[in-house]
Design a protein around this ligand. Sequence first.
Ligand code: SER
Length: 337
Amino acid sequence: MRKPVVLITGAGGEIGHSLVTRLSDAGTAVITLDLTPLDATLAPRVLREFTGSITDVPLLDRLLAQFEVGVIYHLAARLSSRSEFTPVTAHHVNVEGTLNLLEFAQHEGESHGRPVTFVYPSSIAAYGLPSLEAKARAGRVREDEHLQPTTMYGCNKLYCELLGDYYARHYKQLSVDTIPRVDFRAVRFPGLISATTVPAGGTSDYAPEMIHAAAKRQPYACFVRPDTTIPFMAMPDASAALQALAEAPRERLRRTTYNVSAFSRSAEEIRHTVQAAFPNAEISYKIDYKRQGIVDSWPADVDDAAARADWGFAPSYEFGRAFREYLIPAIGSFYAS
Ligand code: SER
């Protein structure tokens, strides 16, 4: 008998930390796949941890043989800035890795006879506005607008949304004996801010880096202009959104991919708030024009009405509350310990 479990790829990453904690607190049996071993806070929370790559198909076959996976949270990816340095590797991991997981889900579904819920974090990077004027005009962007990403990561995310939709609705449509077994659901995350982890290789990283540097009493040079504005979300709301989407009744979901967001703020507004919380913080600006160009192509805000209507998305942390009740107390105790 194979064991019924939830699989999380990229479990040791930022979202993974929050999601593994949330699901294991709820008593869910979780198995994980990550390139490196889980840290001591996560490892005891999971039923079984696999160390390896999502590009390793024989490893995925071993998981298939041993576990009955009903839900997959496929978090493993290379983020946007990092992907620009090695775009072919990024494509290999972000696209071919996702294809491997979709095939894995299809085979799991075939073997246990029920669709596998496949939850995929897409990104605001799927959008691409050609200029700051277009960004100002676009306002709160809806899911089907401005889908001309400028980064390899954004292209990868947008394509994998389509690939997931293909597995969910059209898989091998000309074969008589194969039916879709993948229930694919995606959110497009804004920039995410966690109190307990820092991102690696993203382009929205200036916000979390600014906060963590202030908490550690280190100077920080923000790599985008003060007026740079994109939407953000606190990490507990991000992992809660993934869980809520996974648990939503299928018939309520009218889309494959949903925008989600909590607050849209400029780098300068974030700097002010960090400075108020940590009065000794030394925050300056040193613009990286290439990374600036990427963030300028992302919308200043997104319309998440569909997520709110279809599966009850409702973030707990607006900007003020995220700082007052989550980031400042949690970062303070994180670095104190
Ligand atoms: N936060 C991610 C990045 O900056 C976008 O999804 O790459």
